[in-house]
Design a protein around this ligand. Structure first.
Ligand code: SF4
Length: 263
């Protein structure tokens, strides 16, 4: 088996064998829109099979594995949103890594970007532990939640526009369900991806769209006054390319999350 079957004891697996499986874009839209709870929404995300290319890739990677992880079982399924169910801060990435989230079953977990991210979240009070290595390691987010705009690891880290659109209803419904006060977009692709979701969820957005940049803040008009002020913040992605070159430093990440937690 090239993926972990739902409901077979993987730590924090949100799904069971009876969780409905989306196999087409229309089924993603329907199952997302009619999810009765955030728990059921993440369960449905975690068993989705609507993008044939991504399903084939995530399962091939889980089957072949990287040599360093030959003795591990790979998750091999979509990476559902994870963290606080009623978060103040929503952190948005583009897509999970083939040998990171696709292996560990938790977003941003098991790769170098995640190491930088969780260390910063811990320093700024948004995570309980400085590291996140695997589902079931005791890590938890405090007032924060993480989602990927595209929930399956794509070849070359590049989802197609069609795959991004197919996955969109999962992102939209999660945004509608959690109604964060702050959205942190990790990287320019996440900045682009969250924009239509915010619009579809009823947020008032400035036009034209401000350019992505580290520390750029955009005040959003919330769907209802009861939702309170909402802010979108840009943050450079803590990719190895960015951290190696010094484009992103620990202090820069900490500044973003300190600001997000304080808003
Ligand atoms: S990318 Fe999204 S829509 Fe496509 S198979 Fe994965 S979870 Fe489903």
């Amino acid at each position: 088996m090239s993926f972990v079957p739902p409901g077979t004891g993987w730590p924090d697996d949100p799904a069971t064998l009876s969780t409905p499986v989306a196999t087409t874009p229309a089924e993603v839209a329907d199952l997302a829109a009619h999810s009765p709870s955030i728990g059921e929404l993440t369960a449905r995300q975690s068993v989705c099979r609507a993008c044939p290319r991504l399903v084939a890739w995530r399962e091939e990677v889980a089957d072949v594995k990287r040599r360093a992880y030959q003795n591990e079982t790979y998750w091999g399924r979509p990476i559902a949103g994870w963290g606080d169910d009623d978060p103040k801060v929503l952190i948005v990435g583009l897509a999970p890594a083939a040998h990171g989230g696709n292996r560990t079953g938790r977003i941003f977990t098991g790769d170098r970007s995640g190491d930088w991210l969780f260390a910063s979240l811990y320093r700024t009070g948004l995570a309980a532990q400085p590291t996140s290595v695997h589902a079931g390691d005791g890590q938890r987010l405090i007032g924060a939640r993480m989602v990927a705009a595209v929930r399956c690891a794509p070849p070359a880290n590049k989802p197609t526009p069609q795959e991004r659109d197919t996955c969109f209803p999962w992102l939209l419904q999660e945004l509608r369900s959690v109604r964060p006060r702050v959205v942190v977009a990790l990287g320019g692709f996440a900045w682009q991806a969250i924009w239509p979701a915010l619009k579809a969820a009823g947020y008032g957005l400035p036009s034209p769209r401000p350019a992505f940049g580290h520390g750029v803040e955009v005040p959003l008009t919330p769907p209802t006054p009861a939702d309170g002020e909402t802010t979108l913040i840009g943050c450079y992605h803590p990719s190895q390319q960015n951290t190696f070159t010094g484009r992103v430093t620990e202090a820069m990440l900490d500044a973003i999350f300190t600001r997000a937690a304080g808003l």
